[in-house]
Design a protein around this ligand. Structure first.
Ligand SMILES: NC(=O)c1ccc[n+]([C@@H]2O[C@H](COP(=O)([O-])OP(=O)(O)OC[C@H]3O[C@@H](n4cnc5c(N)ncnc54)[C@H](OP(=O)(O)O)[C@@H]3O)[C@@H](O)[C@H]2O)c1
Length: 376
């Protein structure tokens, strides 16, 4: 054991407790409780941030006997489920909203005390675009606080060894220097159109960091950029920009209407990452990243909304004429994440934007009967 590892262990850093040997992975649900049988309160030696930072990057991947994906039916959660299955994880716990409403504190605590997951990914949230955020600020603030508070507190109480919380690039200030570094968190005012959602996400980050600081818990936070891919929500009232654009251009093609109306001026710059790339990054972080510092997940490139529609139109194979509705808000002028921290750890994205849009469109054509938010 080298000096840094020794220091970390002395500081009570839980990443060593969390390191299950590879051979011990993938056992049954019942076996997934704390191997030493101790109460999580007894085990949680308070660790200082300094101590936790010593064990920032695990040497060799951690594996877990059971992983609970909260929100496995969503765009991100479903991609993560596919990725974990493909990578040999067998004991993956999932519950639909009908089986477990994550806003209900007692139900969430009961689930954790019975299922005892060893690792948890918080991919459940109330998610939406500018329109939904501005129409339902109470829901975005309150539901997200409820969901994440319940999941994070129950993870602590049931002795979860690793928790990965998903924030968003929305947590950064509206005018953060580009590309946005993790240090920009709380350095300026937020974009007003999604402030309630962003405030809830910031509270989730702070809660994870508080558990790391006060109890030495290995609760880490990833900040993904805009995500797209199979399973996206195509409801124009709730969807994110790329899903909305794919739908608009597809409908224009189906009805042979060449004029497509776009919200705003088309000039804001945005970055997009395929859900399968995000899922791969999340597994990488689950297995390798053990710092309370937040970490960005993106592809490192952005483009304007106008350029994005042009890529979509090319993939769909239909010539369009754009009509910009400048009465609608643009949101933040640019949102590009600085991903150097993640790249330095050895992870990089693999799916190009045109390829990802092509694959998503193909999926859309093949599964139109089960598309979320698209009643036809
Ligand atoms: N999509 C993006 O562009 C993006 C970008 C950055 C960060 N993120 C983050 O990634 C995470 C997942 O986002 P996503 O795009 O995958 O969202 P999504 O497709 O809307 O999925 C969210 C999931 O959460 C579940 N859920 C919501 N409220 C629930 C409740 N009360 N009880 C139980 N389950 C509940 C949903 O269940 P139902 O299936 O029943 O609705 C759904 O499965 C979120 O934390 C989001 O902030 C997303």
């Amino acid at each position: 054991m080298d000096g840094a590892m020794q220091d970390a262990r002395q500081a009570g850093c839980l990443c060593y407790l969390a390191h299950a040997p590879l051979g011990a992975a993938f056992e049954s649900d019942a076996d997934s409780r704390c191997s030493d049988g101790a109460s999580p309160y007894q085990r949680s030696t308070p660790a200082l941030f300094d101590g936790a930072q010593n064990c920032k990057y695990q040497r060799g991947p951690m594996m877990f006997r059971s992983v609970y994906i909260a929100g496995h039916k969503g765009l991100v959660g479903s991609a993560l489920l596919r990725n974990l299955q493909k990578n040999g994880y067998r004991n993956i716990l999932v519950r639909t909203r009908q089986e477990l409403d994550l806003r209900q504190s007692d139900d969430v605590h009961n689930f954790f005390s019975q299922a005892r997951p060893e690792a948890v990914v918080v991919a459940a949230a109330k998610v939406g675009g500018i329109k939904a955020n501005s129409e339902y600020p109470v829901d975005f603030l309150l539901e997200n606080l409820q969901i994440q508070n319940n999941l994070i507190a129950a993870s602590f109480e049931s002795g979860v060894k690793k928790l990965l919380f998903l924030g968003s690039s929305c947590v950064y200030p509206k005018l953060a220097p580009q590309p946005i570094r993790e240090e920009s968190l709380l350095a300026g005012p937020l974009e007003p159109t999604n402030e309630p959602y962003a405030i809830a996400k910031i509270a989730g980050i702070k809660l994870c960091q508080a558990y790391a600081q006060q109890y030495g818990r290995n609760f880490v936070c990833a900040m993904p950029t805009n995500i797209y891919g199979p399973g996206d929500n195509f409801d124009l009232d709730k969807s994110h920009v790329l899903a909305a654009l794919i739908r608009k251009v597809h409908e224009a093609k189906s009805s042979n209407r060449h004029v497509v109306a776009i919200w705003g001026t088309g000039t804001p710059r945005r970055e997009f990452l395929h859900a399968d790339d995000l899922a791969d990054a999340l597994r990488f972080l689950l297995e390798n990243y053990d710092s309370p510092e937040i970490i960005n997940v993106g592809c490192g490139e952005d483009l304007t909304i106008r350029e994005l529609v042009e890529v979509v139109a090319k993939v769909i194979g239909f010539e369009i004429e754009l009509e910009f509705d400048t009465t609608k808000p643009d949101g933040t002028p640019q949102k590009l994440l600085d991903t150097s921290r993640l790249l330095a750890l050895g992870w990089k994205p693999r799916i190009s934007l045109p390829d990802g849009i092509r694959q998503t469109y193909q999926w859309l054509l093949e599964s139109s009967a089960q598309l979320r938010g698209w009643g036809h």
